[in-house]
Design a protein. Structure first.
Length: 95
């Protein structure tokens, strides 16, 4: 997997890109915060569903998986391990 290398210091044209990336990072930090809250809610509902029905809900399993992958994508972007922007800029991960 080859990723584009980032050069934070450099030409002034790259400076604008760096500020844009910083703005995107702030947006994705907020998205990550919301996604973690939603994941905790999904986990609680899955636990309650298992408690009362003795079965897991397949829709919650699939959504929980894609939500976990989404959070991983955000963290990879925030830590400069990838330049591929997650949802809502990119596609939602499939489960």
């Amino acid at each position: 997997m080859s990723e584009r290398k980032i050069n934070p210091g450099g030409q002034s044209g790259q400076n604008g890109n760096l500020w844009m990336r910083g703005l995107m990072m702030l947006i994705f930090i907020f998205c990550l915060w919301v996604a973690r809250f939603v994941l905790l809610t999904v986990a609680l509902f899955q636990f309650l569903n298992l408690l009362f029905t003795s079965n897991t809900n397949q829709n919650l399993l699939d959504f929980g998986l894609s939500l976990s992958v989404y959070q991983c994508q955000i963290m990879r972007f925030l830590t400069f391990n990838t330049e591929k922007q997650p949802y809502p800029i990119g596609d939602w991960p499939s489960s």
